[in-house]
Ligand binder design. Structure first.
Ligand SMILES: [Zn+2]
Length: 91
């Protein structure tokens, strides 16, 4: 693996956000809403996170389209195509 100065790398590589598949706007902002379900736990008298009944919604702030195709792992886990290629080269 090749060592590079992080600051230099950011300067050289120009990352652009993916486009919304619906309105074609660059996704500089993404709306992500997480809906949680809590279950009352009689033993402790508190509510616990439901293990499977949760939902996450990812939407375009411009046209409100859902963006699961663009962010299958959620917006916070998104890695640009250029970054993926760079990783492959380094391995
Ligand atoms: Zn859109």
């Amino acid at each position: 693996m090749q060592q590079q100065e992080p600051g230099l790398r950011v300067y050289q590589m120009k990352e652009i956000p993916p486009k919304c598949p619906s309105c074609e706007d660059p996704l500089f902002e993404v709306l992500e809403n997480e809906y949680k379900t809590y279950v009352f736990d009689p033993a402790s008298g508190t509510y616990k996170d439901h293990e499977w009944k949760g939902d996450i919604e990812i939407r375009c702030p411009n046209c409100n389209a859902t963006l699961w195709d663009v962010f299958p792992d959620g917006a916070c886990n998104y890695v640009s195509e250029d970054e993926k290629k760079a990783d492959e080269v380094n391995e």
